[in-house]
Ligand binder design. Sequence first.
Ligand code: AMP
Ligand code: ZN
Length: 761
Amino acid sequence: MQLRFNLVKILLLELEDLSLLRIYNTLNKKVELFQPRNTGVVRIYTCGPTVYRDAHIGNLRSYLMADWIRRSLTIQGFNVTHVKNITDVGHMRQEQLERGGDKVVLAALAEGKTPKDIADYYTQAFLKDEAKINILPASHFPRATEHIPEIIDIIQELFTKGYAYEVDGSVYFNVPAFDKYGQLSGNIALDQARTLTLLESDPNKKDPRDFALWKKAEPGRDMKWDSPWGYGFPGWHIECSAMSSRYLGFEQDIHTGGVDNIFPHHEDEVAQSEAAFGTPYVNYWIHGQHLLADGVKMAKSAGNEFTLADLEARGFDPLSFRYLCLTVKYRNRLNFTFSALKASQKALTRLRDLVANWKHTARYHQTDQSLRSAWKTKFWNAANNDLNLAQALGIVWDLASSKLPDASKLNLLFGFDELLGLDLNKYTATKKLPRDIKKKVTMRNDLRANGRFKTSDAIRAELSEGGLIVRDTLTGTFFRSKTVLERQAARWPTVSSSREVDSFLSHHATKSFSLILIATNYYQDVKRCIKSIISSCSAYNLEIIIVDNGSTDGTSEKLDKLQQKHPHIKLIHCDHQLGDAQAKNIGLKQSLGHIILMLDTCVELKGDVLIKIEKQLKDTRVGAIGTWGLLSDNLNHFHEEVDFGEIDALQGYCFAFRRDILLDVGLMRECFRFYRILDIDFSFQIKDKGYKILADGSLPMLRHKHRQWENLLEAERDELSKKNFKRFLVRWKNRTDLLVTRGTRDIYDKLNLNSSNGSNK
Ligand code: AMP
Ligand code: ZN
């Protein structure tokens, strides 16, 4: 019955001239018309989340793509079964798994809970997140730990067929035995194989491309299961073969994931599934490009991830993220910024307003069938052309501004929204107004009717202040409460990146000093630092520039109050925590002082530091001066020197220089998101231009606890510092000539060489 219905629906769609989904298939590297294996039914598998932490919005972008594919096929009349697994045995990546260390177990240890508690908690959190952005729930959410018997069955089948071997309780897939290995990922697999050969750490593998199907449990491991090879746990890839075949059969239509899943995860899935099942595993492999933040892939390890809760905490409607993802095609990278999200929320709000308005006016007739049909063809052609939703969204806006009657617009839009998933039909703007507001609204309408627009505008402003949007349209006046974001916009302007900030660097200095502070939470620290500046340097013509770098603990509000009391404080709010170099560059670009002093908020001044700084910087050979200096013998290690003298680099706690050198030296390099080593890198930029850097340990100041550092775990400190150090070395590794000691020695060596050659040219 269902099948017949679907067939009829497909036929009808064709009659209506609606196109069918064409989509890029990673397997064949081209856009193909989607055709299911069995008429009328589609089986989709989506690689789901590892539940030891909240999903970040990058992960959610991949799930949105799967949702749009599913919706598109459902609208075409297919009966779709969608499976999304929950990885609750917590390896994120095969290599990590092979090195041991289970993410779910580690998270449980850290939170003092059992691995199951952790997995349950984050599974629920994931489902809630998906619901908030209107991702339709999958037909099945199987958990890896509940499918161990199926996993073991497949591994045994692979043994029988000669594709698996065991070494000391661990079982590996024998890649050379599978001819078609690499068919999905192509060159990526080759490159990775080369890298693996160089880096291979598992001595049990016969070929570096081989991968674990089953790993022997290390002593003391909690999450382990009995198997024909002893106690152990499954490899990462095998769970997806087991769960997809259990719920969808051996042959699936579509398998989705992010592009990082292509290799090794999906390549290995193809190998083990086709080897075990003996049939082509998946017809259409569909992969979504990444969501980036500040230009790099969003990932926990990059420290640039945001969760849906982070967006909500900033007043965004979760659906504005869905809207944002609609604006960029799934095969293109999308660089996430809060300004783009703001624009999306604005557009979504506008669309909702239009719908609310059309609902009032839609009593009138719909336009004729053929006009509507033309709009439908346009929309579905775009949407089904490799899921070009950005174009489809453009057509929605064309429709909105077209001359079609509102009733037709509404009807068409609701149809399109079955795919877009913005819940436009749920949105009603009319709400009961409190009596006093109602009175004002009526009064305003009367005033308008009598042409007294000035007074009516004043009432509108008053209503707006009270949180109500009032809009007059041809068909009447329309009200709604302001969104959280609209209420915030009235609070203060924010910036999303240093690019949005004007640079005054080519302007003449109007102050003697610009003191720059970066504040991320911990108002008490900021206040201590500012108080010390005010009490010891008030005699100078100075400005204090505070970059409020994504504070979320109320610091922003307090800084606003402080600024009102002290007009020489200039305050710039960032809408999220920018990388350290970006935040500092905002301060640098905005400064108008002859001398710039960057102070960390852990510093407290104990006297007039500016007099000495000014004196030293009068010497134009000196590029920068600060309190805490560093010296190095070879660039690989820097040690602290606090006495007076020339040094190799300044520590960022106190870093002063003449503003005009920036025109020569440039701003800080924004690839540094974390503060450490950034100061050394910037020092080298200064030295590279031929300036000396001085330390003066007698400058009167104290250094308190440095929060940014204190709040990191040991492993995080190491990782962030190492990453930055690498960046530093990539640029400066051949520049030992810039070191104070080495530079001196080089001159000495040259002199020696010259005298021994007897050359005096
Ligand atoms: P993971 O939790 O890392 O296994 O990722 C879950 C899903 O999110 C996989 O399909 C990944 O390919 C995808 N993913 C991870 N990071 C991103 C990102 N920055 N943008 C888009 N998708 C991502
Ligand atoms: Zn998977």
